[in-house]
Write a protein that binds this ligand. Structure first.
Ligand code: PMP
Length: 401
C-alpha cells in the first residue's frame, strides 16, 4: 500500500486540476484516472451484455461483473459476494429495503425508529412505507454533541419497534453515532438495522460483520466511482426474505404465462440489463482504493477541515456545526445568508454547497434555515484552504455592512 502522499494522491485526479477549488466531495467525489480508464476500456473494447450471451466476450464480462461483488464484499468485510446487491445508489438501496423487506412485514402500529440527523434518503422511504402499512416513524433525537442519541434507544424501543434506520456519518455535521452500540441495543429488541453508509463508506468503510449490521447502503459516486451505481449489503437470511420489487428479465429462474419463480438473491433484486459500466467503474475505484492509505487520506482531509475552521473562526460571526473533527465543515456567518455567500464564493472559484443538504429535519433541529458545507477529500490541498478563506474574506467585505 502507498503511504499517503497528498501530491501523489491528487495527481491521480485529472478533474482536481480543472475543477478549481473543489470542496464538495461529500456531494460527489472526483474520479481517479484508474476509474476513467476502466470505464473508457469498457465502452471502447467490450461487446455484449452480462448473464445473457454465450459468447466468450460476454462470458468474460459476466465473470468480471460478478467478481466486482467480491471486491465490494472485501471493502466492507461482507461474508459472501451474494450479499451484495447492485442498485442505482444509496437512495435506491434504502428504498429497496423499505419496499421489499419492511413493507410486507410491517403491521399497523409497528414502529420504525429513525434518527433526526438522517439524509432524506434514509427518512422519506420510511415515511412512505409507514403510510403504506400504518406503521409509525419514531424520532431518535440528537444529543448535546449533535449526534443521534443512541443512549435514548432503550427508552424509545417498545414491543412494536421493528426497524432502526441510522446513518453512519451525517452529511451535514460529519457526526458518526456509536453504530456498534446502536446495533446491539436494536438487536436486543429483535429489530433490524438499516445503516446508511453513503457518507461513511469513503472515510471508514463499515465492517458489517464485526458491527453485525443487517443492511448497509452506499453510492459509488461518493467513493471515487461513477454515478448511477450503488450497493445494498444485506445479511443472507434477510436478502432471502425480500420480495422482489422490479419484475423482468434475469431476476427469474422460470416463467410460465401464469407465474414465475424468482432466482435467489442478489439476482432476484436486479431485474433488467444492469449498469455494467457502473459496476466496472466502481470495482476499479475500490481496487484502486485498496492500494491507497485510506486512514492517511482521512487524517489529511480532517487536518484541512481543522485548518479551515481555525482560520474562519477568526472572522466575526463565524459559527460551525462540525462534529468530531470531521472532514466536513458546516458553517455560517451571523447575519449573512448562506445563499448569498455561496454564490459569491462560486464567483471566486470555490465550489461548495449551501442550503439544507437534503436534511431538513436536522436543520430544523439545529435551528437553521440553511448552512454552508465545505467537504474536504484527500486530493485537496492547503492552498485550497487558503483560497477558501481569502474568498470568504472578499465575500464578507461585500455582504457585511
Ligand atoms: N445518505 C447520505 C448521508 C447522503 O449524503 C446521500 C447523498 N447526498 C445519500 C444518502 C443519497 O445518496 P445518493 O443520492 O447517491 O443515492
Amino acid at each position: 500500500m502507498n503511504a499517503f502522499n497528498p501530491a501523489r494522491f491528487r495527481a491521480q485526479f485529472p478533474a482536481a486540476i480543472d475543477a478549481g477549488v473543489y470542496l464538495d466531495s461529500a456531494a460527489t467525489a472526483l474520479r481517479p484516472q484508474a476509474v476513467i480508464e476502466a470505464t473508457r476500456q469498457f465502452y471502447s473494447l467490450s461487446a455484449g451484455s452480462v448473464h445473457r450471451s454465450q459468447s466468450a466476450g460476454a462470458r468474460r464480462l459476466t465473470a468480471r461483473y460478478e467478481a466486482a461483488r467480491e471486491t465490494v464484499a472485501r471493502l466492507i468485510d461482507a461474508p459472501a459476494p451474494e450479499t451484495i446487491v447492485w442498485t442505482r445508489g444509496a437512495t435506491e438501496a434504502i428504498n429497496m429495503v423499505a419496499q421489499c423487506y419492511a413493507r410486507p412485514r410491517l403491521r399497523p402500529g409497528d414502529e420504525i425508529i429513525v434518527s433526526v440527523a438522517e439524509h432524506h434518503a434514509n427518512l422519506v422511504p420510511w415515511l412512505m412505507v409507514a403510510q403504506q402499512t400504518g406503521a409509525r416513524v419514531v424520532k431518535l433525537p440528537l444529543n448535546a454533541h449533535r449526534l443521534p442519541d443512541v443512549e435514548q434507544l432503550p427508552a424509545l424501543i417498545t414491543p412494536r419497534s421493528r426497524i432502526l434506520a441510522l446513518g453512519q456519518m451525517s452529511n451535514v455535521t460529519g457526526g458518526c453515532p456509536a453504530l456498534g452500540r446502536a446495533v446491539a441495543l436494536a438487536h436486543a429488541a429483535e429489530m433490524v438495522v438499516m445503516v446508511d453508509g453513503a457518507q461513511g463508506a469513503v472515510h471508514f468503510p463499515a465492517d458489517v460483520q464485526r458491527l453485525d449490521i443487517d443492511f448497509y447502503a452506499f453510492s459509488g459516486h461518493k467513493l471515487y466511482g461513477p454515478t448511477g451505481i450503488g450497493v445494498l449489503y444485506g445479511k443472507p437470511d434477510l436478502l432471502a426474505a425480500m420480495t422482489p420489487w422490479l419484475g423482468g428479465g434475469k431476476m427469474v429462474s422460470e416463467v410460465t404465462f401464469d407465474g414465475f419463480t424468482p432466482r435467489p438473491a442478489p439476482w432476484k433484486l436486479e431485474a433488467g440489463t444492469p449498469n455494467i459500466a457502473g459496476v466496472i467503474g466502481l470495482s476499479a475505484a475500490l481496487e484502486w482504493l485498496s492500494g491507497e492509505d485510506i486512514a492517511g487520506g482521512e487524517s489529511w482531509s480532517r487536518e484541512l477541515a481543522t485548518l479551515a475552521e481555525e482560520a474562519l473562526a477568526k472572522r466575526p460571526g463565524f459559527r460551525t456545526f462540525r462534529c468530531q473533527e470531521a472532514s466536513l465543515l458546516a458553517f455560517e456567518f451571523a447575519g449573512v445568508h448562506h445563499g448569498d455567500l455561496v454564490t459569491l464564493l462560486s464567483e471566486y472559484g470555490i465550489t461548495l454547497r449551501a442550503g439544507q443538504h437534503c436534511a431538513q429535519p436536522l436543520l430544523a433541529e439545529l435551528g437553521l434555515s440553511g448552512v454552508l458545507r465545505a467537504s474536504f477529500a484527500p486530493y485537496n490541498t492547503k492552498s485550497d484552504v487558503d483560497a477558501l478563506v481569502d474568498a470568504v474574506d472578499r465575500a464578507l467585505e461585500l455582504l457585511v455592512e
